[in-house]
Design a protein around this ligand. Structure first.
Ligand code: PMV
Length: 313
């Protein structure tokens, strides 16, 4: 038995967050510049699985972990999927450059990389659709009603057009484009923000269904603009601004997100919006490639606690 490693990328939602929970489409892309890495090393007989999550400052034995713990749960689900009834003796180490709990898919990436590493350890491979399904089980445990977009884009590591419960459609990007991702530094748990939206939807379904329809229509136009690449990045930028306006209307932006969005636009971004659940976390700005560093600087100056420049292709 030898040491094996596996990785999984981060992600951003380009269009359609929240509405996707209510059956509308959304578009998400991998962020390959940040990654979770899992390595598995064979250990002494009878050790069982020791799990070390470096960034979370955790070091524990699977045997004593709460089976609902997300790190333990993906191990149990993967072993069952692989038909392994005996727990192997290994040390599993997780490191990640994906900021935690900021809408960049860190949870899905950790689960995906663990599942892949375990499969590799047994000299097996789990295809993206199956690993995505295992990771979705973990997401459901911890987020209540996730749409499944995170596990899908992270497992496939490709731009996706996603509708809950339907087979995914990959997006072929007509003309690569550059995104600048800015972190507000605020943590807002996804399930809290999703729950707040649900309460507002329950109180006024008609109005909220209307907002979700409008977001869905933006997503469809965005898909065409991204795939054809002919209309130019301006069209995608305008759709990002339109989507942001609706996200503000449904109450998931925050003063800090609004501030970074405004700073990016002022610095010449073609469009900017929050990404993910909102309430905090990250925003994204569409930049002309030669403008990306200006926008990155403007975001730092506006108080961003982290900035990533990434190309979507
Ligand atoms: O904050 P994130 O990146 O996990 O995204 C949440 C996206 C929502 O649409 C708000 C919820 C979901 O399950 O799709």
């Amino acid at each position: 038995m030898k040491t094996v490693q596996a990785t999984a990328p981060g992600k951003v939602i380009l269009f359609g967050e929240h509405a996707v929970v209510y059956g509308r489409p959304a578009i998400a892309v991998p962020v390959l510049d940040v990654q979770t890495q899992v390595s598995l090393e064979p250990a002494a007989a009878a050790q069982g699985i020791r799990m070390i999550a470096v960034d979370l400052d955790r070091d524990f034995d699977l045997a004593v972990a709460d089976p609902d713990d997300p790190l333990a749960l993906i191990v149990h689900l993967t072993l069952a999927h692989l038909g392994q009834t005996k727990v192997p003796d290994i040390t599993l180490t997780i490191t990640s450059t994906i900021p935690l709990g900021r809408g960049l898919g860190s949870g899905a990436a950790v689960s995906t990389a663990i599942g892949r590493a375990l499969a590799a350890f047994f000299e097996r491979a789990i295809p993206p659709a199956q690993i995505s399904a295992l990771v979705y089980e973990v997401e459901k445990h911890h987020h209540g009603t996730p749409s499944g977009i995170d596990n899908t884009v992270v497992a496939f590591a490709q731009p996706v057009y996603f509708i809950k419960g339907r087979p995914i459609k990959r997006i072929q990007v007509g003309q690569p484009f550059t995104l600048v991702v800015g972190d507000t530094g605020q943590v807002a748990p996804t399930h809290t923000v999703v729950g707040d939206v649900r309460r507002r939807w329950q109180a006024d379904r008609e109005r909220y269904e209307g907002y979700f329809d409008e977001i869905g229509a933006i997503v469809q136009q965005a898909r065409v603009a991204i795939e054809e690449g002919l209309t130019g990045p301006e069209a995608i930028g305008k759709l990002m601004n339109d989507n942001q306006e609706l996200l503000e209307t449904i109450g998931v932006s925050s003063p800090e997100l609004d501030h970074l969005v405004a700073a990016a636009r002022q610095a010449g971004a073609l469009g900017a919006k929050l990404s993910g659940a909102g309430g905090g976390g990250n925003m994204i700005a569409l930049a002309r490639p030669d403008h990306a560093s200006d926008i990155a600087r403007a975001l730092w100056e506006a108080g961003a606690t982290g900035v990533i420049v990434t190309e979507v292709r």
